[in-house]
Write a protein that binds this ligand. Structure first.
Ligand SMILES: [Zn+2]
Length: 81
C-alpha cells in the first residue's frame, strides 16, 4: 500500500519532474530534494533564498538559490552556450 504524500502537484507532474531531473543529470529527484531541503541539481542544502519569490520557486523546481540564478541566467542567454 502506497502512502499518500501531500504535494501541490498532481502525481503525473511529479513523475515528469522527477524524470526530468534524472535525464538532466541532477543529483536528486525533485521529491527527494524537497523532502530533505536539498537542491535537486547540485545536492547542496537549499535553505538560503534571496527573497520570497525564490523560496516559492524552490517549492516548484527544488532548485537552490544559486542554481535558480544559473538556470534563469541560462534562459536569458541561451544563444551562447
Ligand atoms: Zn543547487
Amino acid at each position: 500500500m502506497a502512502k499518500k504524500r501531500k504535494d501541490t502537484k498532481a502525481p503525473n507532474i511529479q513523475n515528469f519532474l522527477n524524470q526530468l531531473a534524472l535525464i538532466s543529470g541532477y543529483k536528486l529527484t525533485r521529491t527527494k530534494a524537497l523532502e530533505k531541503m536539498l537542491c535537486v541539481k547540485c545536492g547542496k542544502e537549499a535553505k538560503n533564498f534571496s527573497d520570497e519569490t525564490s523560496k516559492k520557486e524552490y517549492n516548484l523546481s527544488a532548485l537552490c538559490q544559486q542554481c535558480q540564478n544559473a538556470f534563469f541566467f541560462q534562459i536569458g542567454t541561451s544563444s551562447d552556450g
